[in-house]
Design a protein around this ligand. Structure first.
Ligand code: 3PG
Length: 306
């Protein structure tokens, strides 16, 4: 089978070598498309692909239509909002993710972002400490739990909201359960977002929730920019000069936010949460193994478009 590894944001070299070794040892052929300039390059590259490994690359209906032999797409990572599941399902193409494989990298970045903002973006201005503060985690999945664990070690108190977990499970994960998003925002000196971008979550965090946060609070977004209502965020930061926002997913209105709010806002230029060698190796090799297993045994354990 021909496996296309299409990564606009390439994996670390060690991950690429590992992916090739796994796929070639199983008798597959590997084609690489890295740092491509335009979506048309991806459309052209899928023409003879039987399988694809992608990151945040956009697997649109156009890409799927251009890939008549495609049988499986594995998103090496957690969020699969970049893959058009309906178009894939309509063709019987299996879509998988690799849950948990890059979670630690994202969790470490969320912690780093809290401290970066507590210390006024590493300027000489007097900052504050995260120890003794309350961190709200929305939601308590693979990344959220790791953020909670690391924050506890820093002396923070943790509150968590997760519609898929019982109170007992949240408590076992070291957090105090809360039962509404309003309650979570109202109690959190730091709020770390770990929800996927879905129709129900897109633009779900806006003025009303953000202004519920306590005095001096910081909102940390290592999830998806789409879950923020950017107009609401702008209004909330304008009315509440004590609030801060840091994000690994640059907002569309970042220039305006920076101009108005200076050191109270920060965005990474390109999503970097999962961009560590370790996360690339974990997620990339898991993706390669899942493809080998799928073609060898039909294993669909991590399929997301059932
Ligand atoms: C994920 O959903 O796994 C993360 O957002 C990482 O995305 P990336 O592979 O594009 O860095």
């Amino acid at each position: 089978m021909k496996i296309l590894v299409a990564t606009q944001k390439p994996f670390a070299a060690a991950a690429v070598n590992g992916i090739k070794e796994i796929l070639e040892t199983a008798g597959h052929e590997v084609a690489m498309l890295e740092k491509y300039a335009a979506q048309e390059d991806l459309v052209a590259a899928v023409a003879d692909a039987d399988a694809m490994i992608v990151r945040s690359d956009k697997v649109t209906p156009e890409v799927i239509a251009a890939a008549p032999k495609l049988k499986i797409v594995v998103r090496a990572g957690a969020g699969f909002d970049n893959v058009d599941l309906a178009a894939a399902s309509a063709r019987g193409i299996v879509v998988m993710n690799t849950p948990g494989q890059n979670s630690n990298a994202v969790a470490e970045l969320a912690i780093a972002m809290m401290i970066f903002m507590a210390r006024t973006q590493f300027t000489p201005a007097t900052g504050s400490e995260v120890s003794g503060k309350r961190l709200g985690v929305q939601a308590y999945g693979n990344v959220g739990r790791l953020v909670g664990q690391k924050a506890r070690a820093l002396g923070m108190e943790i509150s968590a909201l997760d519609p898929f977990l019982t109170d007992e499970q949240i408590i076992a994960g070291g957090a105090d359960p809360v039962h509404s998003v309003e309650e979570l925002y109202a109690c959190s000196d730091y709020l770390s977002i770990h929800i996927p971008a879905l129709p129900a979550t897109i633009k779900s965090i806006g003025y009303d929730l953000i202004t519920r946060m306590p005095k001096g609070a910081t909102l940390v977004n290592t999830a998806r920019k789409e879950v923020i209502d950017e107009e609401g965020l702008m209004r909330a930061l304008g009315e509440r000069p004590d609030l801060k926002y840091i994000t690994d997913v640059m907002p569309d209105n970042y220039a305006a936010l920076q101009e108005k709010f200076g050191l109270r806002v920060f965005a990474t230029p390109k999503k970097m949460g999962a961009q560590t060698a370790e996360a690339n190796i974990n997620a990339g090799l898991a993706a390669a193994r899942q493809i080998v297993d799928y073609f060898a045994t039909g294993n669909t354990r991590f399929q997301v478009n059932r």
